[in-house]
Ligand binder design. Structure first.
Ligand SMILES: *Cc1c(COP(=O)(O)O)cnc(C)c1O
Length: 403
């Protein structure tokens, strides 16, 4: 359906974002990609009906097994991460749950960041242990804690950097080294960083996870997720999870996300520029008691941010004296910024996360040091502020009048 697009070696990120995975349609010469919504394909009589026979060059058979539009998105994602291969999913959580269910079985062990995306944390609290999978949660910013948690049956180390919602960082290179020494693979949820900041496979990670719903899609109108890594790892994962668990992304969403990705490196520059300006403004605001942003020298791990992130992304957290009361004021008074969950959209989004609630429902800490680290970043609660692409002065004015 599309000719194989062989791009010149060494092209830049923005060129990849525009062209990777795409090429003019060989029949119509259409320049923009088609959306192929078909769920099935006319095939030869001797086509096999088992996924076991599925190879990279097998013709299209059924969209849960593969689809031209979804393949274009996968090729673009792999190119952006400088990796061999990508598998797209219906959502970030579909990608995460597929990776965990593919890798872990009864009796195997995983080390997971004690603060990571809420649904993943909740999954590792109950669902996975109920299947006989052993989970140890540690503050993965503490390399010695990761090392101490590794066991002979550890198959996977799972981190998120910067982590949602704390914006605490983990040193990917250091964790990759000790995970591999222990015979485990490393998965990195890089949704907050994006490939504009960090390409985890170049630092030793085996798998990169993205919620495409956030910065890569970028417009808040399509759920999607992806796992990116080596061909040899992802081909069996595709058979076992994408095909059998069935979390296939809609070709329409794949197309929307691909269109979003075309401007993704440009948007990340603008997100970062706005976020830095607003973080500095928030730091001097009398009602704001604490601001956390990897691009600020006040971030406890700013050195690591400089080493590992080429772009500080667009998410800020901040605290006020009475977070609950402030959240009500913001929800009522903001005119431009939406008081809403999610992040990475062109629209600014803000949402209050209360520490007490999250510790009840989602995050569990085994040691006082883990709780202390949470408090260091989040106090009694934080505003997670996804700075959008509006004019920075307008965002600041909106916050000023509402605070
Ligand atoms: C949103 C998010 C997810 C989940 O993605 P969905 O597309 O909502 O399923 C996973 N990880 C991080 C860091 C996220 O922010």
């Amino acid at each position: 359906m599309s000719e194989k697009n062989i791009l010149p070696e060494g092209i830049g990120e923005q060129t990849k974002a525009v062209h990777a995975g795409e090429s003019p349609d060989p029949v119509t010469r259409a320049s923009a990609p088609n959306i192929v919504m078909s769920t099935t394909y006319a095939v030869d009589a001797d086509t096999g009906f088992s996924v076991e026979g599925l190879e990279a060059d097998t013709p299209w058979i059924y969209t849960r097994w593969g689809n031209p539009t979804i393949s274009q998105l996968e090729e673009k994602l792999a190119a952006l991460e400088n990796a061999e291969s990508a598998v797209a999913f219906a959502s970030g959580m579909s990608a995460i749950s597929s990776l965990l269910l593919h890798f872990l079985k009864a009796g195997s062990h995983a080390v997971v960041s004690d603060v990571a995306y809420a649904a993943l944390s909740e999954m590792t609290n109950e669902m996975l242990p109920a299947l006989g999978i052993e989970i140890t949660k540690v503050n993965t910013s503490d390399i010695e804690a990761v090392r101490a948690a590794l066991r002979p049956n550890t198959r996977l180390v799972y981190i998120e950097t910067p982590c949602n919602p704390l914006l605490r960082l983990t040193d990917i290179e250091a964790v990759a080294k000790i995970a591999h020494e222990a015979g485990a693979k490393l998965a990195v949820d890089s949704t907050f960083a994006t490939p504009a900041a960090t390409r985890p496979t170049e630092l030793g990670a085996d798998f990169v996870i993205h919620s495409l719903t956030k910065y890569l899609g970028g417009h808040g109108d399509a759920l999607g997720g992806a796992i990116i890594g080596r061909k040899a790892d992802l081909a069996p994962l595709r058979k076992k999870t994408s095909i059998r668990l069935g979390g296939t992304i809609s070709p329409f969403n794949a197309w929307l996300i691909m269109r979003g990705i075309a401007t993704f490196p440009l948007r990340m520059k603008a997100h970062e520029e706005n976020a830095l300006k607003i973080a500095v403004w928030l730091e001097q605001h009398p009602k704001v008691t604490r601001v956390v942003y990897p691009g600020l020298i006040s971030h406890p791990q700013h050195e690591l941010a400089l080493k590992q992130m080429r772009n500080f992304s667009g998410i800020i957290t901040f605290q006020t004296a009475d977070g609950r009361a402030t959240s009500r004021k913001l929800a009522e008074k903001l005119k431009i910024i939406h008081y809403a969950v999610s992040l990475g959209h062109h629209r600014s989004l803000i949402f209050y996360l209360n520490t007490e609630d999250l510790l009840k429902t989602t995050f569990r800490f085994d040691t006082p040091a883990q709780l202390a680290s949470w408090r260091e970043f989040a106090g009694d609660g934080i505003f997670r502020f996804s700075v959008g692409l509006e004019d920075a002065d307008d965002i600041i004015a909106d916050l000023e009048q509402a605070l």
